[in-house]
Design a protein around this ligand. Sequence first.
Ligand SMILES: [Zn+2]
Length: 117
Amino acid sequence: MTENELIERDKAIERFKNLAGVYDLALKDCNLEKEVYPHYEALMRGKKAVMELGVKVLMEAPVVSVRKTGRWVYKPRDYADGVYECSVCKEPYYLDGDTPLEHLYHYCPNCGAKMEN
Ligand SMILES: [Zn+2]
Protein backbone atom coordinates (compact mmCIF):
# COMPACT_ATOMS: atom_id res chain seq x y z
CA MET A 1 0.00 0.00 0.00
CA THR A 2 1.30 3.42 -0.89
CA GLU A 3 1.22 6.47 1.33
CA ASN A 4 -1.50 9.00 0.68
CA GLU A 5 -0.25 12.16 -0.90
CA LEU A 6 -1.98 15.51 -0.64
CA ILE A 7 -2.13 18.31 -3.15
CA GLU A 8 -3.20 21.92 -2.79
CA ARG A 9 -6.48 22.11 -4.66
CA ASP A 10 -6.29 25.84 -5.43
CA LYS A 11 -2.87 25.47 -7.04
CA ALA A 12 -3.92 22.42 -9.06
CA ILE A 13 -7.03 24.23 -10.30
CA GLU A 14 -4.95 27.28 -11.23
CA ARG A 15 -2.59 25.04 -13.22
CA PHE A 16 -5.47 23.40 -15.11
CA LYS A 17 -7.01 26.82 -15.85
CA ASN A 18 -3.69 28.13 -17.12
CA LEU A 19 -3.30 25.15 -19.43
CA ALA A 20 -6.89 25.59 -20.66
CA GLY A 21 -5.94 29.19 -21.46
CA VAL A 22 -2.87 28.05 -23.37
CA TYR A 23 -4.97 25.69 -25.50
CA ASP A 24 -7.55 28.44 -25.99
CA LEU A 25 -4.81 30.69 -27.37
CA ALA A 26 -3.66 27.82 -29.60
CA LEU A 27 -7.21 27.56 -30.95
CA LYS A 28 -7.07 31.21 -31.96
CA ASP A 29 -3.97 30.45 -34.01
CA CYS A 30 -5.61 27.41 -35.53
CA ASN A 31 -5.79 28.73 -39.05
CA LEU A 32 -2.02 29.08 -39.16
CA GLU A 33 -1.48 25.44 -38.19
CA LYS A 34 -4.35 23.77 -40.07
CA GLU A 35 -2.43 23.37 -43.29
CA VAL A 36 0.43 21.60 -41.56
CA TYR A 37 -1.61 19.69 -38.95
CA PRO A 38 -5.12 18.94 -40.29
CA HIS A 39 -6.40 17.77 -36.91
CA TYR A 40 -4.84 20.61 -34.97
CA GLU A 41 -8.10 22.35 -34.09
CA ALA A 42 -9.71 19.13 -32.82
CA LEU A 43 -6.58 18.34 -30.82
CA MET A 44 -6.54 21.76 -29.16
CA ARG A 45 -10.30 21.61 -28.44
CA GLY A 46 -9.80 18.20 -26.87
CA LYS A 47 -6.89 19.34 -24.73
CA LYS A 48 -8.81 22.43 -23.59
CA ALA A 49 -11.84 20.27 -22.72
CA VAL A 50 -9.65 17.91 -20.69
CA MET A 51 -8.23 20.83 -18.70
CA GLU A 52 -11.73 22.20 -18.05
CA LEU A 53 -12.84 18.74 -16.96
CA GLY A 54 -9.84 18.62 -14.62
CA VAL A 55 -11.00 21.86 -12.97
CA LYS A 56 -14.50 20.42 -12.55
CA VAL A 57 -13.18 17.18 -11.05
CA LEU A 58 -10.93 19.05 -8.63
CA MET A 59 -13.76 21.36 -7.56
CA GLU A 60 -15.90 18.32 -6.67
CA ALA A 61 -13.12 16.23 -5.12
CA PRO A 62 -13.39 15.37 -1.42
CA VAL A 63 -11.06 17.31 0.84
CA VAL A 64 -9.18 16.49 4.00
CA SER A 65 -8.14 19.23 6.35
CA VAL A 66 -4.44 19.18 7.07
CA ARG A 67 -3.30 20.34 10.46
CA LYS A 68 -0.43 22.78 10.28
CA THR A 69 2.73 22.11 12.22
CA GLY A 70 4.69 24.80 13.97
CA ARG A 71 7.28 25.47 16.63
CA TRP A 72 7.35 27.48 19.82
CA VAL A 73 9.79 30.33 19.33
CA TYR A 74 11.13 31.95 22.48
CA LYS A 75 11.24 35.76 22.32
CA PRO A 76 13.28 37.27 25.16
CA ARG A 77 12.24 40.63 26.56
CA ASP A 78 14.41 43.06 28.51
CA TYR A 79 11.81 44.08 31.07
CA ALA A 80 10.18 40.75 31.94
CA ASP A 81 10.20 37.03 31.21
CA GLY A 82 10.19 36.25 27.53
CA VAL A 83 7.22 35.04 25.58
CA TYR A 84 6.72 31.98 23.42
CA GLU A 85 5.37 32.70 19.99
CA CYS A 86 3.64 30.26 17.65
CA SER A 87 5.65 30.08 14.42
CA VAL A 88 2.42 29.68 12.39
CA CYS A 89 0.10 32.41 13.69
CA LYS A 90 2.68 34.48 15.64
CA GLU A 91 0.41 34.60 18.70
CA PRO A 92 2.54 35.31 21.80
CA TYR A 93 2.01 33.43 25.08
CA TYR A 94 3.10 34.82 28.44
CA LEU A 95 3.79 31.80 30.62
CA ASP A 96 5.36 33.30 33.78
CA GLY A 97 8.74 31.79 33.03
CA ASP A 98 7.37 28.34 32.22
CA THR A 99 7.72 26.56 28.88
CA PRO A 100 4.79 25.69 26.62
CA LEU A 101 5.30 21.99 27.41
CA GLU A 102 4.94 22.69 31.13
CA HIS A 103 1.50 24.04 30.21
CA LEU A 104 0.86 20.98 27.99
CA TYR A 105 0.69 23.18 24.90
CA HIS A 106 1.32 20.47 22.33
CA TYR A 107 -0.96 22.46 20.03
CA CYS A 108 -1.24 26.21 19.60
CA PRO A 109 -4.40 27.31 21.46
CA ASN A 110 -4.94 30.06 18.89
CA CYS A 111 -4.54 28.37 15.48
CA GLY A 112 -4.45 24.67 16.39
CA ALA A 113 -1.04 23.98 14.84
CA LYS A 114 0.67 20.85 16.18
CA MET A 115 3.91 21.94 17.77
CA GLU A 116 7.13 20.10 17.03
CA ASN A 117 8.91 21.27 20.20
ZN1 LIG B 1 -0.68 29.39 16.32
